[in-house]
Design a protein around this ligand. Structure first.
Ligand code: PRP
Length: 183
């Protein structure tokens, strides 16, 4: 285990089970749709989850990417989200968009993106997150697919970072406090 990880929260095996279950749920829920199922990965943290999830979904899927940034939870009173990389499709009315996130915290990103994509004319918009920290919610938002509820700990790995590090760890772990307290 990486020396900076205090505790493994979700092992590789646990993540694999979670992703398998979500993929089966998605296959079941979208089986009757005649629209294009588009997995929309929100960079960067969701890229590992997205890669694993798309391999397990049996329905045909297309993939897209967006990158957004908020002004940070502590200063997010305006709720403003910056779009750094946008989605450019002219066929949104023919698309079932499924937004893929690694984690939901305040809820501002997914809340904003859902409205943004609906206003853009998507046929349907649903959301999927690997991790949910419900104790941190600032806006009322519930994703359609949730992998695991987690406590309010600083988690890294499986796409999640601290200063761009630890994204490639194959598990989700709690970062040892001394790593960010002594920086
Ligand atoms: C994380 C995560 C979500 C957002 C969730 O991204 O991937 O996009 O924060 O927070 P919220 O519910 O409070 O809006 P981050 O800004 O860390 O970017 P990254 O994925 O590129 O690391």
């Amino acid at each position: 285990m990486n020396k900076d990880i205090a505790k493994v929260l979700l092992s590789e095996q646990e993540i694999d089970s979670i992703v398998t279950k979500i993929a089966a749920d998605i296959d079941r829920d979208y089986a009757g749709s005649d629209k294009k199922l588009v997995l929309l990965c929100i960079l960067k943290g969701s890229v590992v989850f997205m890669g694993d999830l798309m391999k397990k979904i049996k329905l045909p899927v297309e993939i897209e990417f967006m990158r957004v940034s908020s002004y940070g939870v502590s200063t997010a009173s305006s709720g403003r989200i910056n779009i750094l990389l946008d989605l450019h499709r002219k066929d949104l009315s023919e698309c079932d968009i499924l937004v893929i996130e690694d984690i939901i915290d305040s809820g501002r990103t997914l809340s904003y993106l859902t409205e943004y994509l609906k206003l853009g004319g998507a046929h349907s918009v649903k959301t999927c997150t690997l991790l949910d920290k419900p104790s941190r919610r600032e806006v009322d938002f519930t994703p359609d697919y949730i992998g695991a509820f987690i406590p309010d700990e600083f988690v890294v790995g499986y796409g999640l970072d601290y200063n761009e590090k630890y994204r490639a760890l194959p598990y989700v772990g709690i970062l040892a406090p001394e790593v960010y307290e002594n920086r």
